[in-house]
Design a protein around this ligand. Structure first.
Ligand code: URA
Ligand code: SF4
Length: 203
């Protein structure tokens, strides 16, 4: 019970297919219990451009694929407008299981805790080191917490390249779900696009 962490579930062989298979059986925190399945990252194994979200949503949980719901459709549109080929990227989440609260027939998204983010981080770190992208777009506060630490403020430092290693950067921005919830969607979307263009310009 609790957050024992994903580390002990990592496979000896470090390849994306081996990680994906092992992650199906992860019990590193309690989130696997209520979720349908692990939603592992997807995309080009040696992508130069990677995007990291928060956690799968309702539709991702059913499909087993990241960013296939409303936020994903918005992301696809923005990537296209920013000139980034969706087929050339790797997309994943900080937390690999959907956290929700049942409300009638609906499942309402809940934000993962720091304990859950930390428990799941070994999967993300393994993906980061295998894909080793030149640009990593950090989508929202949860992904920022996982990759940039608890003191990083997306609102203050969005759109600013942060060095990851020699020749590789993070660029943080808002989460596409925040655009969908925003009172001024057009403005939120155009800010998001500006940040994505900064990221795309680093390639
Ligand atoms: N939001 C995320 O952060 N990730 C997904 O995969 C879907 C919605
Ligand atoms: Fe494992 Fe992450 Fe799922 Fe928790 S959320 S059970 S750490 S894969």
């Amino acid at each position: 019970m609790g957050n024992i962490g994903a580390q002990r579930f990592l496979p000896e062989e470090t390849s994306l297919p081996a990680l994906r298979e092992a992650a199906r059986h992860c019990e590193g925190c309690d989130l696997y219990r209520a979720a349908t399945q692990t939603v592992f990252g997807e995309g080009v194994p040696d992508a130069r451009f990677m995007l990291v979200g928060e956690e799968p949503g309702d539709q991702e949980d059913r499909a087993g694929t990241p960013f296939v719901g409303p936020a994903g459709r918005l992301l696809d549109k923005a990537l296209e407008e920013a000139g980034v080929e969706r087929e050339a990227v790797y997309v994943t989440n900080a937390v690999k299981h959907f956290k929700y609260e049942p409300r009638g027939k609906r499942r309402i998204h809940r934000t993962p805790t720091v304990g859950e983010i930390n428990a799941c981080r070994p999967w993300l770190e393994a993906e980061m080191s295998l894909v080793d992208p030149e640009v990593t777009v950090v989508l929202g506060a949860t992904a920022a917490r996982a990759l940039l630490g608890p003191d990083f403020r997306v609102t203050r430092h969005r759109g600013e390249p942060v060095p990851r290693r020699e020749g590789a950067f993070y660029v943080a921005t808002i989460h596409p779900s925040a655009i969908l919830r925003s009172p001024d969607r057009d403005e939120a979307y155009s800010g998001f696009l500006t940040d994505l263009r900064v990221a795309a310009g680093l390639l």
